[in-house]
Design a protein around this ligand. Structure first.
Ligand SMILES: *[C@@H]1O[C@H](CO)[C@@H](O)[C@H](O)[C@H]1NC(C)=O
Ligand SMILES: *[C@@H]1O[C@H](CO)[C@@H](O)[C@H](O)[C@H]1NC(C)=O
Length: 389
C-alpha cells in the first residue's frame, strides 16, 4: 500500500480514500501516512472546488443576482418608520354614532361626498368587484386609462370597449384617457407619475371640492364599503389616512399577509391634495379591505401584466411567461417572478419563504363576489385553474 493510490480521490473522496489508502491493512497504516493521504485527497477536493465549484457559483449568482440582493435587503435597507395603527371597529348592527365614538370621532349631520379615482390598466373583473363594493357610498367614480402601459407598451383602451359592463355607475362616472409618451428604455415610474398627474386634472374636472373624501388606490386595492361609510359619516378623521388591507395573491385563496398600506383616503384640499401611491402620513386604519394582486381570469392577462408592470426587470427569463408555468405557479401559490419575499428583516423573509398556504375561508370577502360566486369562481378558494387565451 503506497501513496500512489491516493490520486484516485475524486468526488466520493471519503469512501475512496478509505478504500485506497485504508483498505485491508488500514490498521497497519501509520497515522502520518494516513494524514498525508488525507491531505492529498483534500488538495484534489480544493482543486475541484476551484475549477468546478467557483464557476458554478459565479453562474448561479449571475442568474439569481436580483434574488440575492432581495435576500440581503435587511443589510442595505432599514424598515420604514412604523405606522400609528388606528383600531377599527365595525358591526352591522352598531349605530354610526356609536361607531364614530369608538374611534374617538364625532358623527356628522350629513355624510361627506366620496370620490373614488383609479388608473385603469386591464383589471376588468376586479373593477366590477370594487365598484359594486363601493357603489352605495361613492358620489363620483373617476377612471383614467392610457394607451400606454407604464413600460411604454401599446395597450388597447380596454375600459372604453367594455363600458357597457359598468352601466350601474354611468351617471356618476368621469372617464378620461391620456396618450402615452412611448419613451423607450425609460424608468417605468416616470410614465406612472405622468399618468397620476393627468388623473389629478380629471379629479378636478369631476367637481371635487374641499373636505370631500378622495380615495387614492390602485384598482386592485379595494376598501371595504363599511370603512368608507364610516369615514364619510365621522367628523375629525385624519386629513390623510392610509388603509391597511389584506394582501391576497391570484385569488382570495392565497392570503399573503395584512401589510398592504398604499391605499389612502384624503379630505380634499384644493391646490394641496395630489394623487399619489406612496406614504403620505403616519396614520393607518386597521383591517380596511382587500388587496388582490394578479387576480386575473385569463392566463394572457397575467403575461400582459407581468410585462406592463413597473417591475418588468423581474422577468429574467423568457420561460417566466410560459402559460403552463404560470398556471402551475398560480395553483401552488408560488411567486411568478421566483423572487424572495420583499421584507426588511431576515426573520420575516425566512418566515415567508416558499408558496403561500391555501386558505379555505371565504368569510369577510367583498359582497359582490359572494352574490355572484358562479361568475367569479376563480377568485374563490379551491378554484385555481384559469381560462387559457
Ligand atoms: C341587531 O339588532 C336587532 C334589533 O335591534 C336585534 O333584534 C338583532 O338581534 C341584532 N342582531 C345582532 C346580530 O346583534
Ligand atoms: C395614444 O393616444 C394618443 C392620444 O389619443 C394618440 O395621439 C396616439 O397616436 C396614441 N398612440 C398609439 C400608439 O396608439
Amino acid at each position: 500500500m503506497t501513496e500512489a493510490g491516493c490520486p484516485y480521490c475524486s468526488k466520493k473522496t471519503d469512501d475512496i480514500c478509505e478504500n485506497v489508502c485504508g483498505g485491508a491493512s488500514r490498521a497497519a497504516l501509520s497515522m502520518s501516512r494516513r494524514l498525508r493521504c488525507a491531505l492529498r485527497c483534500f488538495d484534489l477536493k480544493a482543486l475541484l472546488l476551484l475549477f468546478v465549484g467557483i464557476p458554478i457559483l459565479v453562474f448561479v449568482i449571475y442568474v439569481h443576482g436580483q434574488k440575492f440582493t432581495y435576500f440581503l435587503r435587511p443589510l442595505w435597507e432599514s424598515p420604514p418608520k412604523p405606522f400609528r395603527t388606528i383600531p377599527h371597529y365595525y358591526h352591522e348592527n352598531a349605530s354610526m354614532e356609536h361607531l364614530c365614538k369608538l374611534h374617538g370621532w364625532g358623527v356628522r349631520e350629513t355624510p361627506r361626498r366620496v370620490f373614488d379615482a383609479v388608473l385603469f390598466n386591464n383589471e376588468l373583473d376586479i373593477l366590477q368587484v370594487r365598484w359594486n363594493e363601493l357603489s352605495p357610498f361613492v358620489s363620483e367614480f373617476i377612471l383614467l386609462e392610457s394607451n400606454s402601459t407604464f413600460t411604454a407598451l401599446k395597450k388597447p383602451l380596454l375600459f372604453a370597449s367594455n363600458r357597457r359592463r359598468f352601466k350601474f355607475v354611468e351617471s356618476r362616472l368621469t372617464y378620461g384617457t391620456v396618450g402615452g409618451r412611448f419613451v423607450k428604455g425609460e424608468n417605468p415610474f416616470v410614465e406612472e407619475s405622468y399618468q397620476r398627474v393627468a388623473l389629478d386634472q380629471l379629479i378636478r374636472i369631476a367637481g371635487i371640492s374641499d373636505d370631500d373624501l378622495l380615495i387614492m388606490s390602485d384598482v386592485d386595492e379595494i376598501p371595504s364599503g363599511h370603512t368608507i361609510n364610516l369615514l364619510r359619516w365621522c367628523d375629525e378623521i385624519p386629513e390623510k389616512l392610509h388603509l391597511q388591507l389584506r394582501n391576497y395573491l391570484y385569488s382570495f385563496e392565497f392570503h399573503l399577509d395584512d401589510d398592504s398600506w398604499r391605499a389612502s383616503v384624503h379630505r380634499y384640499r384644493a391646490g394641496k391634495t395630489r394623487y399619489a401611491h406612496f406614504r403620505q402620513s403616519d396614520d393607518l386604519l386597521a383591517d380596511s379591505g382587500w388587496h388582490c394582486s394578479f387576480c386575473f381570469r385569463h392566463i394572457s392577462e397575467f403575461t400582459f401584466k407581468m410585462r406592463a408592470y413597473s417591475h418588468v426587470d423581474r422577468i429574467r427569463f423568457a420561460y417566466y411567461l410560459n402559460p403552463k408555468r404560470i398556471q402551475d405557479v398560480i395553483c401552488r401559490g408560488a411567486d411568478l417572478f421566483d423572487m424572495f419575499p420583499e421584507e426588511y428583516t431576515f426573520q420575516k423573509i425566512i418566515a415567508k419563504l416558499g408558496p403561500i398556504p391555501s386558505s379555505y375561508s371565504a368569510l369577510n370577502l367583498p359582497g359582490y363576489l359572494i352574490q355572484n360566486a358562479d361568475r367569479y369562481r376563480y377568485l374563490l378558494p379551491g378554484n385555481c385553474k384559469r381560462e387559457s387565451g
